[in-house]
Design a binder for this molecule. Structure first.
Ligand code: SAH
Ligand code: SF4
Length: 364
């Protein structure tokens, strides 16, 4: 796309309007329409005269993400296959919690990191999502939840892709989510999950955006982690922990560790004790997640008794810890089960909707 209005902040839109010989306030109106009213197209921008609406559609195509398939689990979790402007597809998930709804969004089409337990990395990475495509999944979540009288409370960048491998898109997307004139969510309600790209973690610590950082640790030493996550060769545990210490010092946000429990692979109690020694260094929270089955891998989730035993070691050491209740497993909407859309069909020309008839976006 030549001009990507969905990825621009308010100031950039004001400049765009000025460059087009229009008053700056048109940029403000457009930003408001994109993120507060969440218009589906310029046709719905009723404060603009018709001539400006058709000029805008021609010069600055507005292509929002569209839901092409929706699936609901019995626990209320909803998985949405999202169509992008070029026919690619990713997945996002709406999850019900005691505190309200969270939305889990994707940051890339596929993933290049290739962890040996995750469906998202199986087909590699096709491209990064733009800042607008990342934030627009949250806007779509708001629109769909509004139909139930609900709203988005938290956002997890935990869908398909490695957010810090799409650093610019992720950071600009988070700013759109946070901007009070944008989606207006507090940074502390936004979580970035990473496989541990240490230099990018240090960079994020200096962005002045105190988002929660979740780190996919999955093992407390390089031998076991290296088997599960090839990325550990580039960024082993010691430099990763140093980067996390910096993140904690700069943002004062407690680090969250994600720890999958895979039967006989990383769920031994010696490893639990090693984990305690590793994470003691600064305030943290550990999420234990029994591995969600992905048929391409030969593992089994740890049995419940082992999960409890592992958790007890952490509890007794005074480490804050939860066993994650996996929502949406039956529709493959749980962590690590999301896949980039395959068979997306012919690529529609830029500026057009995916070839399938999109479901109603509503809220326009
Ligand atoms: N790339 C980022 C964010 C997306 S993955 C990251 O790796 O952190 C989101 C989370 O799902 C990560 O913690 C990841 O390790 C976890 N995950 C991957 N495969 C899983 C599986 N089969 N079962 C449970 N969690 C899984
Ligand atoms: Fe990519 Fe995260 Fe899956 Fe690893 S766990 S392959 S980094 S999406």
């Amino acid at each position: 796309m030549a001009v990507d209005v969905l990825s621009m902040d308010r100031t950039a839109l004001e400049h765009l309007m000025e460059e087009g010989g229009l008053p700056r306030y048109r940029g403000r109106q457009l930003f408001h329409a994109l993120w507060k009213t969440r218009v589906a197209s310029y046709d719905a921008l009723s404060v603009w005269p018709a001539t400006l609406r058709s000029r805008a559609a021609a010069e600055w195509p507005l292509v929002r993400v569209v839901p092409v398939e929706r699936q609901q689990a019995r626990d209320g979790t909803e998985k949405i296959v999202v169509g992008l402007f070029d026919g690619e597809r990713v997945e996002m998930v709406l999850l019900p919690h005691r505190f309200g709804w969270s939305v889990c969004v994707s940051t890339q089409v596929g993933c290049a990191i290739g962890c040996h337990f995750c469906a998202s990395g199986l087909a590699g990475k096709t491209r990064n999502l733009s800042a607008g495509e990342i934030a627009d999944q949250v806007a779509l979540g708001e629109t769909l939840l509004a139909e139930r009288g609900e709203r988005v409370r938290r956002v997890d960048l935990m869908g398909i892709g490695e957010p810090l491998d799409n650093y610019a898109g992720t950071v600009a997307g988070l700013r759109l989510m946070h901007d009070p004139d944008g989606l207006g969510l507090s940074y502390r309600h936004l979580t970035v999950s990473t496989s541990g790209l240490a230099p990018r973690i240090r960079k994020l610590a200096d962005e002045g955006m105190p988002v929660t950082l979740a780190v996919s640790l999955h093992a407390p030493n390089d031998a076991v982690r290296g088997e599960l996550m090839p990325v550990n060769r580039a960024y082993p545990i010691a430099p990763l922990m140093d980067a996390l210490a910096t993140y904690w010092e700069r943002t004062r946000r407690r680090i969250t560790y994600e720890y999958l429990l895979i039967d006989g692979v990383n769920d031994g109690l010696t490893l639990a004790r090693e984990l305690v020694r590793l994470v003691r260094r600064f305030p943290c929270h550990v999420n234990l997640i029994p591995w969600n089955p992905v048929p391409e891998f030969p593992y089994r989730p740890s049995p419940p008794a082992q999960v409890t035993a592992f958790r007890t070691v952490l509890d007794e050491a005074g480490i804050s810890c939860t066993v994650r209740r996996e929502l949406g497993q039956e529709i493959e909407a749980a962590c690590g089960q999301l896949r980039r859309g395959l068979g997306a069909g012919p690529t529609p020309a830029s500026g057009q909707q995916p070839s399938e008839r999109p479901l109603s976006r509503g809220g326009a």
